[in-house]
Ligand binder design. Structure first.
Ligand code: GDP
Ligand code: MG
Length: 163
């Protein structure tokens, strides 16, 4: 089976925009996967000769605490469990949020390789906004703009490196 790459992050960071960008331009879709067609969140993709399945985890929702306290509930958990690598997407315009911290903690526990993408940095002059995300502990944050398609090649290079 092909490796699975899931795009994970809090709501509104641009996951679906990135997914569409990646399958629309930078990657060639070989086929859609039958039976997993809902909202077309699952596509077979290829980068530099490496094939994988890409998943848009959709609206990731979590409670800050559940009734037992401090437990994170993430609807995308199954996709994360299935994934061989994670694209952790954050919003470089709003900056680091407490929800990003919750997602980060969840991803650390998953022990999956994580590539950190800092989205919505539409101009090179905004790239310095990615630095604060170093503190999440996932290595070099990769500045990108899913809307403009810049930085996505660097992101994919990092992804196929960990597959
Ligand atoms: P999701 O909830 O994580 O799937 O986020 P969406 O893909 O639905 O995007 C949320 C909002 O962010 C939309 O209004 C997008 O147009 C906007 N957005 C996504 N990527 C970018 C980007 O690279 N730059 C800017 N300026 N806006 C973006
Ligand atoms: Mg979405």
């Amino acid at each position: 089976p092909l490796p699975v790459v899931a795009i994970v992050g809090r709501a509104n960071v641009g996951k679906s925009t990135l997914f569409n960008r990646l399958i629309g331009e930078r990657l060639s879709i070989v086929e859609d996967v039958p039976g997993v067609t809902r909202d077309r969140i699952y596509a077979k993709a290829e980068w530099n000769g490496v094939s994988f399945h890409l998943i848009d985890t959709g609206g990731i929702e979590m409670d800050e605490e559940d009734e037992m306290g401090n437990l994170i509930r993430i609807q995308a958990q199954l996709a994360i469990d299935e994934a061989d690598a994670i694209i952790f997407l954050v919003d470089g315009r709003t900056g680091l949020s407490v929800q990003d911290e919750y997602v980060a903690e969840f991803l650390r526990r998953s022990k999956k390789p994580v590539v950190l993408g800092v989205n919505k940095l539409d101009h090179v002059s905004h790239h310095a906004a990615s630095y604060e995300f170093y503190q999440l502990g996932f290595g070099d944050p990769i500045p990108l703009s899913a809307e403009h398609g810049t930085g996505t090649g660097d992101l994919l290079d990092a992804v196929v490196d960990v597959l």
